[in-house]
Design a protein around this ligand. Structure first.
Ligand code: FES
Length: 185
């Protein structure tokens, strides 16, 4: 009997090809799935670690130098960059913040035409200038004591010292001092 080889049906051919391609496709999808999973986990870990690192704050330094003592004459000098008044009287040097204690506007110094005698803390005190806030009208005597407007407290006074390195005055705005403070320099 004569045997006859029949050609494979078209669908059978396709199935054979599918069977050959399936392992490659499966491997590809498997890798794709793992890749997505690893990328997802890495993203979550990065976000968690990033949340622990604070954003950089560009705040001005709290301690800074302002120059040699002899560069400050008698009276009050305004340092705009630092929002600070440096005063010199017969007792020495002092620093008063120009930041209004109400909402932080910069106060302006007003030189009085003639010295005024006012009571500060129950003590008669002669003042030569006042500080006025342009924002909501707070007023301070020359020593920073508030006497009008919404300011809840006096202007801050900061500690001064002389740098042992170069003799310049160092202002420490993180250290507030009493109004009696003077740097003898
Ligand atoms: S900020 Fe100075 S009075 Fe309000």
């Amino acid at each position: 009997m004569k045997s006859m080889k029949l050609p494979a049906p078209p669908c059978a051919e396709g199935n054979a090809q599918n069977t050959l391609e399936a392992p490659g496709r499966r491997k590809f999808l498997y890798r794709l799935g793992w890749g997505a999973l690893v990328a997802g986990i890495a993203g979550q870990v990065f976000a968690a670690v990033r949340a622990l690192i604070p954003n950089v704050l560009y705040e001005p330094p709290r301690t800074f130098k302002i120059g040699l003592p002899e560069s400050f004459a008698d009276g009050v000098t305004y340092l705009e960059d630092h929002r600070l008044f440096i005063g010199r009287d017969r007792l020495g040097l002092y620093a008063i913040s120009a930041v209004c204690t109400h909402l932080g506007c910069t106060v302006k110094m007003m030189n009085l035409n003639q010295p005024e005698l006012v009571k500060i803390g129950g003590k008669p005190t002669e003042i030569l200038q006042e500080f006025h806030c342009p924002c909501h009208g707070s007023k301070y005597y020359g020593d920073g004591t508030n006497y009008a407007g919404p300011a809840p407290r006096p202007l801050d006074w900061f500690r001064l010292e002389v740098s042992p390195d170069d003799g310049q005055i160092i202002v420490d705005s993180s250290d507030t001092v009493h109004h009696d403070f003077r740097l003898k320099a």
